[in-house]
Each structure stands twice: as structure tokens, then as C-alpha cells.
Design a protein around this ligand. Structure first.
Ligand SMILES: [Fe+2]
Ligand SMILES: [Fe+2]
Length: 147
């Protein structure tokens, strides 16, 4: 597998893993644990979304000339995720298990569909069109503080 697809896909998996840890802590009403996991998840998610918005999407738009297509949809979905994260922050502060698990289910479905589109379409297309794959891949890694 090639560098951008591989790295960004692994970040999706990391987010998924922390997300489900936070969810199960909430399910057990272990609020301290839930708060720690949730914070870790939202930090990781925000870093990932920003890496896409500030590095990957502009590179895609430049390389393909498509500025009003896939990346616009992806940016819109990022905003939907952020809105749900805000709702979930409140649920967590209120220790509202029912509302949290309802909203987290919605976020999970949204993330799964979004990540699938990126992994199957956007990431591979970016890699195909970019003249400087290694450079962009390194910039993404640096942004996400990962090696
Ligand atoms: Fe994304
Ligand atoms: Fe992504």
C-alpha cells in the first residue's frame, strides 16, 4: 500500500479505536475514564481533520483542478462531525448516557461512511495525481505528530 493511503487509513483506525473505548466507558458509566478517552479521541480527530483541510485537500484541489467536488463534500462532513462532537461534549459534561450513546451512534455511522469515501476514492486519487507524494506524506505525518 502506498504512503498517504496507508498513513491516513491507519489514523482512521486509531480514531475508531479510541472512540469505541470512550463509548464503552460511557456505557459502563465510568465517567472519569470516559472523559479521558473522549478527550484523547477529540484531540486525535481534530488533528486529523485539520491535516486534511490544511494539507491534503488543498493538494488534491491543486493537483486535480477539482475545487468544488469531493473535497467540498468532505469539508461539509467534517463540519457535521464537529457539530456532533460539540453535542457529545455536552452529553459527557451532563453525564447523560442515553443522549451520548444516541449521538455517538450517529457520529460513528457518519465517520464510517466518510472514512470509506476517503479511503476508497479521495486518498488514492490524491496519490495518483500528486507530483510530490513523499513530501505531502511527510507533512501529514508531521502534522499528526506521528512517525
Ligand atoms: Fe476527512
Ligand atoms: Fe480522514
Amino acid at each position: 500500500m502506498s504512503t498517504i493511503v496507508e498513513f491516513m487509513t491507519s489514523k482512521h483506525r486509531e480514531c475508531d479505536d479510541i472512540f469505541s473505548e470512550a463509548e464503552s466507558a460511557v456505557a459502563k458509566e465510568n465517567w472519569d475514564e470516559a472523559t479521558i478517552k473522549w478527550q484523547a479521541f477529540t484531540d486525535e480527530l481534530e488533528l486529523h481533520l485539520q491535516a486534511e483541510e490544511t494539507i491534503l485537500f488543498p493538494q488534491f484541489e491543486q493537483a486535480t483542478g477539482m475545487t468544488a467536488g469531493p473535497t467540498q463534500v468532505m469539508r461539509m462532513e467534517h463540519e457535521q462531525m464537529r457539530a456532533l462532537v460539540n453535542d457529545l461534549n455536552k452529553d459527557l459534561i451532563d453525564n447523560n448516557k442515553i443522549s451520548f450513546l444516541g449521538n455517538s451512534e450517529t457520529l460513528m455511522v457518519l465517520m464510517q461512511q466518510h472514512n470509506m469515501k476517503e479511503e476508497m476514492m479521495l486518498y488514492p486519487m490524491t496519490e495518483q495525481h500528486l507530483p510530490n507524494v513523499t513530501e505531502v506524506s511527510n507533512a501529514l505525518r508531521q502534522h499528526c505528530h506521528s512517525s
